[in-house]
Design a protein around this ligand. Structure first.
Ligand SMILES: N[C@@H](CCC(=O)N[C@@H](CS)C(=O)NCC(=O)O)C(=O)O
Length: 241
């Protein structure tokens, strides 16, 4: 039985899992979970991942969530080329270092811009105060600087000469604010050159396929029925106000 991947390509960690599976010719069934339709709260998905987040997988009787764990599971199970998750102790440690750091940095900060710029105005019917936006931009800029100066330095990729899970997880997160209309690459030649290398290593068609939803997010969000987004209000208030 083929692997089932539960995904919504609006979601950054889903894109990393999707790209990784496709790039490595891992056979899978795409199980669509539309987050903005609330499909993660359905009874069936609860059996796959009781914390109701995507991505999630089912491999026979085995189910789990968490993108990083899923990427590592697929890398080991399907023995993908070594560069993705190198066997070399220190190269693997560099990948692990990035994967450990990013949750509260690129992921949190890029995601926040997406919500502040696109989702909050739609759901709350009000613009976000300028100080909040400026502070979120400052946080994201701080994270991008760390990506360039600590994680990339003068290397082509985070773990050295070749693309790894670290670069894949980094690019999908860094594309999230781009989907909200923030050109994070402008004025950042090092980050831009790295983005181009990552895109080339993944393959432009696959990169574009994975990112087409997020890159048309402004239009999609604009045409969404706000009443369906009511369920996000309490969480937005708790997280952002
Ligand atoms: N740490 C998890 C994060 C997963 C996550 O936050 N997924 C979001 C989409 S990016 C989600 O499913 N949200 C649905 C919800 O919170 O209702 C991972 O890396 O897989």
């Amino acid at each position: 039985m083929a692997l089932e991947l539960y995904l919504d390509l609006f979601s950054q960690p889903c894109r990393s899992v999707f790209i990784f599976a496709k790039k490595n010719n891992i056979p899978f069934v795409f199980k669509s979970i539309k987050l903005f339709e609330g499909e993660q709260y359905g009874e069936d998905f609860g059996k796959i991942n009781m914390i109701r987040k995507v991505p999630a997988i089912r491999d026979g009787d085995f189910t789990m969530g968490e993108s990083i764990a899923i990427l590592m599971y697929m890398a080991e199970k399907f023995r993908t080329p070594d560069h993705w998750y190198p066997a070399d102790l220190q190269k693997r440690a560099l990948v692990n270092e990035y994967l450990s750091w990013q949750h509260t940095a690129t992921r949190m900060h890029g995601s926040k811009i997406f919500w502040l710029k696109l989702m909050i105005p739609k759901v709350m019917k009000t613009e976000v105060p300028k100080e909040k936006m400026d502070s979120a931009i400052e946080d994201l800029e701080g994270s991008l600087k760390i990506v360039e100066e600590k994680f990339l330095q003068d290397k082509p990729f985070i773990a050295g000469e070749h693309i790894s899970l670290a670069d894949l997880v980094a690019i999908v997160e860094i594309m999230q604010p781009v989907g909200a209309g923030m050109d994070v690459f402008s004025g950042r030649p090092k980050l831009t050159a790295w983005r181009d290398r990552v895109q080339a290593a993944i393959g432009k068609d696959l990169f574009d396929e994975a990112h087409q939803d997020i890159l048309s997010a402004a239009k999609t969000v604009d045409s969404m029925d706000s009443s369906k987004l009511e369920r996000f209000k309490p969480r937005i208030v708790k997280m952002f106000f």
